[in-house]
Design a binder for this molecule. Sequence first.
Ligand code: ADP
Ligand code: MG
Length: 247
Amino acid sequence: MGEEVLSIEGLHKRFGALEATRDVSLDLRAGEIHALIGPNGAGKSTLIAQIAGSLRPDAGRIHLAGRDITGLGVAARARLGLGRSFQVSSLAEPLSALRNVMIGAQARAGHSFRFWTPVARDARLVTPARKALERVHLGQRADTPVAALSHGERRQVEVACALVLEPRALLLDEPMAGLGPEGSGRLTELLETLKREVPILLIEHDMDAVFRLADRLSVLVDGHVIAHGGSDAIRRDPRVQEAYLGD
Ligand code: ADP
Ligand code: MG
């Protein structure tokens, strides 16, 4: 396995009486897809939010490329190389795919763009945004309004938004949600290629895609990792079948 890019140790998050994540540790290594699976409400999105910096953990540490980023905000983490997509889509429908990716870059990088004039800012973002769209095989659709894209293409634009700052690690929260077999097949192929350049922590309910893509899996139930391993081991694990796959 490749070198460790992202590591989280003992992440704990409480919402009142609810322990949304309990002592969660895992890592992400160069070249891999590490899938995080588990039933609804298991704490998967809460975990991603703590890694991305939009939620503060009550305990635990997060390291990116060896650097402790636990105390940093969302934009600082994005600038240091954490790219993420969201479970719920937030693309601007009337705007082009390219413009959406540029907005995604600005939203993620935060104040570092604030002091630029709009023209200078745009000029600096066009090239990376086009490149990100090419990486998700949407180079030809860059100038198409998002409203005219298929559901699958929109999901690809969201991945491009996560890629535009050239992340060291990618956090994808249910990128296949709502896609038919064709769309999810295309995205699966894309992620298979992409992981060679940037490792992916993948939350996904589409188990065919997960078992095809994941080099390793962690199973989260009630905020806690109950099993960890390769696809075959996880598929066979009786605790996993009982808690998740059986239903
Ligand atoms: P998953 O992504 O695995 O479906 P979530 O991380 O969204 O699960 O949610 C885990 C648990 O934490 C759920 O019980 C959810 O209701 C609760 N939760 C998530 N966010 C908040 C919040 N901001 N305040 C209170 N409870 C929350
Ligand atoms: Mg979720």
